[in-house]
Structure formats: structure tokens, C-alpha cells
Write a protein that binds this ligand. Structure first.
Ligand code: ATP
Ligand code: MG
Length: 443
């Protein structure tokens, strides 16, 4: 019997895999640029970690966790998100003792037992950042700017929504006001929200049910009830975003589905993708480190939904020609082809060296490269991809394979080429050919 994949869990292959790689590469390039160091964190954690951080009355913990007993009867869970584990690692490794502030980035799979649909999977990928010991609104501005830059570089057209949900001091009185208001409308709320009203009233503001929408629109606004400290923090953040020229909208009912947030929360949403339109979300969690047994250290972060961003980028990878393939015309020419393969492949390290100190032996090649556009384009293609054919067959067959695999150049290797230490380079787009001496690459 054929064994199939588990419901809601997908293989990432082909174009989607290429887009995932592009997202990963762009994410780590930009996070590194802003001072973040990549970390590799466990997928499996104690269940209690998520119950205590994400919150026991959230959808994630109530309905969506992959929890089980391991063989030692420990209650463990596949991580549903990245922040809780990052905070646990930050505390457990006492990173705060050796670093005045810490910036971490990570990329990996998360698990939530949800109803699978477009943009909602049971195993999905998040690219996330955490910035520990960052009390100032400058950090909020920097983190949001980083998220904005990543999406921009990936050509994802998303709108930013921001809000402040205050701190312990101002949220308490606001909650009382909100509960009073919601109680007066209780019979009109959806059944989920009637439960939320008792367990986690702020979450009512996040309800997508149209029945609740009108009630929410008239609810007391948290921004009118922030304490002086939270109000100032939010004002300063807005000023910083204005200077950074990051466009945003204020959404006073943005509360997020996790309990650990304080002050700033934000989401980037796209117009496509229907109901699953949030591609990146985050905020500040000033009390979480302390709640999980660490010192009182303020922090913030975000997570980007890689699967959803990939859906927005379907057109990002074009099937353009790239790279070169060697085509020896005969079995006898194999040793020569293999030698050419090695020389060409190694020669492209010179492209990296141009940026740094250059070895005098290679100086002549660099001079030629700078003068000869054709040669430069060819070597860039070699650096991108160089392959030997997987078997020697008739030249017409090999050309047709090179065409199907979208190579930019075919390197023809015949008797004449081997005897003169040459290769014939054929541009598969234009059909133009030129010859190149391998002497140039020999050390
Ligand atoms: P949603 O309201 O869409 O369920 P969320 O508030 O549960 O999102 P977060 O926990 O903030 O999501 O996760 C950050 C991002 O991870 C989301 O904005 C989304 O892009 C992505 N994400 C969350 N759950 C899933 C899922 N089941 N499948 C794919 N991506 C997801
Ligand atoms: Mg969710």
C-alpha cells in the first residue's frame, strides 16, 4: 500500500522550494545587516512552556497544539511558534549575563493542528527575530523597519497595522471597561466570543465573525486608556516610523492571538490570500522573560509566515536560462571534459576575490575579464551553475537536454578543442559561439 503524507503537512518541492530558499536567503542577509545572529532552536519543547507563555486560553494552546507523552512520560509539544523557545533558551543559557543586548534570528518549522486551507497548514515555516533587552521605542522602530525591508525586498506588497495594548498598569482598568461594555451586548456576540468574554476578553476584539464586528467597532478604544509611559512609547514609535518613511495604519483593535504581548503590536497584511492575509506579525513582550523565570528584561520580535509569503511570490522565480553544461562529443573526450569542468569551476572563485585581495597569478585573468564583457557574463554563468552531462549521447540529444534544463551556455568539447586546449562556448539563447583557451585558467 502506498504511504501518503499526513493531513495538512506538505512537501516543499520545485518552484515553492526555490521561493522558500530565496525568502530564507533574503531574511538572513537583512537580519545579519541589522545585527541579528542566527540560532538553531529545538522543535520539541515541554508543553508547559507554551501553556505558560502563549497562554492557556489562546486558540493555539486550547485547540492547536501537537502535544504527546514521550517514552519517559514527559508531556512534550511540537513548537507552535518560535518566541517561547527563544526566551526559554535565552534564560536557560543565561545569555543576559554576557551580552548587554541580544539579537537572534531563526528559520524553521512550526506545528498547529488547524483546519488546513490556503495559507493555513499544520506544518508551516516561520522566519523570526527576537531582540532582547531593548526597552526603547527605537527598538520597535528598528524591528518594524527590518520587517518592512524584508517584505519590500521580496516584492511583497503588504500594509502595516500597529497598535499599543498597554502594560499591566493600563490594561487592567481598560479590561474592566471592555468587559462592562461587552456584557451589555453579550447576547449578540458569537458563541466563541461569549466564552472569550469570560476567559480572555481582549481576544473578542480579534474576532473575525461579522456578528461581532459591529459590536467591536463601538467598543472602548485602548489607545484612549494608555498610561503616560505607554502613551509616550507609542507616540515616539510613530515619530520614528515617520522618519523611516514606513507607512502604517493605526488599528486600535489589533490585539494578536498570543497572551504575552505588551505595548507595541503590529501586523503586515496583503490584499490577496483572503482570510489568511497576515504575512508577518509581532510585538513587544516586556514581561515574558520574567514570567518564564528569568530576569526582568524587556524584549520584542516578529515572525514571518514563510508559506504565506511564498504564496504572494508565485511569480518571483522565472524560468530564465542560467548556468553552463559541458558537452563532450565522445566518450574518449571525457578526461578532457572533466579537466575543463574542474578548471572552470575553480576559476570562478576569482569573482569573489575581486572584492578582496587578489592573487597576482590571477591578475591577467581579471584584466581580461574587465575588458571582455562576453567573458565576464560567461564566468558569472559558470559560477551560477556548471554541470557535466549525466550521460554521453548523440550531440542533438544533449543539446535538447541542455535546452530543457534551461542552461545559458553549452560548452562543446570535440577532438579539435581537446588537442588545442580550447572549449567552444555556445550561447543557447542567441546561438552565437566563441572559443576560449583553457590556458588562461591554468595556475
Ligand atoms: P492567524 O490569525 O492567521 O491564524 P496567528 O495570529 O495565529 O495568525 P502568529 O502566531 O502571529 O499567527 O504567526 C505569525 C505568522 O505565521 C502569521 O502571520 C502567518 O503568516 C503565519 N502562520 C500562522 N499560522 C499559520 C498556519 N497554520 N499556516 C501557515 N502560516 C501560518
Ligand atoms: Mg492562528
Amino acid at each position: 500500500m502506498k504511504i501518503t503524507k499526513v493531513k495538512g503537512i506538505y512537501d516543499i518541492l520545485g518552484k515553492e522550494a526555490e521561493i522558500f530558499s530565496l525568502i530564507e536567503e533574503t531574511f538572513f542577509r537583512l537580519t545579519k545587516h541589522f545585527g541579528y545572529k542566527r540560532v538553531f532552536l529545538p522543535i520539541l519543547e515541554k508543553e508547559e512552556l507554551f501553556v505558560r507563555s502563549v497562554g492557556d486560553s489562546t486558540d493555539i494552546v486550547e485547540k492547536e497544539m501537537y502535544t504527546f507523552l514521550d517514552k519517559g512520560k514527559r508531556k512534550v509539544a511540537l513548537r507552535p511558534e518560535g518566541t517561547a523557545g527563544a526566551v526559554r533558551a535565552y534564560i536557560e543559557n543565561q545569555v543576559f549575563l554576557s551580552e548587554s543586548y541580544t539579537k537572534w534570528s531563526y528559520f524553521g518549522e512550526m506545528f498547529r493542528y488547524e483546519n488546513p486551507q490556503a495559507g493555513r497548514r499544520r506544518q508551516f515555516y516561520q522566519a523570526g527575530c527576537e531582540y532582547f533587552n531593548a526597552p526603547s521605542p527605537l527598538a520597535d522602530g528598528e524591528v518594524i523597519y527590518l520587517a518592512y525591508r524584508i517584505l519590500k525586498e521580496l516584492n511583497v506588497n503588504a500594509k502595516l497595522y500597529i497598535n499599543s495594548i498597554g502594560c499591566d498598569k493600563c490594561r487592567g482598568p481598560y479590561k474592566t471597561l471592555l468587559i462592562d461594555y461587552l456584557k451589555s451586548k453579550e447576547d449578540k456576540l458569537c458563541s466563541d466570543c461569549q466564552k472569550r468574554l469570560k476567559r480572555n476578553p481582549l481576544r473578542v476584539l480579534d474576532c473575525k465573525n461579522p456578528v461581532c464586528k459591529d459590536i467591536i467597532d463601538e467598543a472602548p478604544n485602548i489607545l484612549d486608556h494608555l498610561c503616560e509611559c505607554c502613551k509616550l512609547h507609542f507616540e515616539q514609535l510613530k515619530e520614528i516610523l515617520d522618519i523611516l518613511k514606513v507607512p502604517y495604519k493605526i488599528d486600535p483593535f489589533l490585539v494578536r492571538g498570543l497572551d504575552y504581548y505588551t505595548k507595541t503590536v503590529f501586523e503586515f497584511k496583503v490584499d490577496s490570500l483572503g482570510a489568511q492575509n497576515t504575512v508577518l506579525a509581532g510585538g513587544r513582550y516586556d514581561k515574558l522573560i520574567k514570567e518564564l523565570g528569568g530576569p526582568d528584561i524587556p524584549a520584542l520580535g516578529f515572525a514571518m509566515g514563510v508559506d504565506r509569503v511564498a504564496l504572494c511570490m508565485k511569480e518571483a522565480i522565472k524560468d530564465t536560462r542560467h548556468g553552463v553544461i559541458l558537452l563532450p562529443l565522445d566518450e574518449k573526450l571525457l578526461p578532457y571534459a572533466v579537466k575543463a569542468f574542474k578548471l572552470l569551476s575553480e576559476s570562478t572563485s576569482i569573482l569573489e576575490q575581486i572584492k578582496e585581495d587578489i592573487d597576482t597569478k590571477k591578475f591577467n585573468l581579471v584584466l581580461k575579464l574587465m575588458k571582455d564583457e562576453k567573458l565576464r557574463d560567461f564566468l558569472v554563468a559558470v559560477r551560477d551553475r556548471i554541470e557535466l552531462p549525466n550521460k554521453i549521447s548523440k550531440i542533438r540529444k544533449m543539446f535538447s537536454l541542455a535546452d530543457k534544463k534551461n542552461f545559458a551556455y553549452a560548452l562543446i568539447i570535440g577532438e579539435e578543442e581537446a588537442s588545442k586546449n580550447l572549449i567552444t562556448v555556445k550561447n543557447l539563447d542567441t546561438g552565437n559561439q566563441f572559443q576560449l583557451s583553457l590556458n588562461m585558467f591554468e595556475g
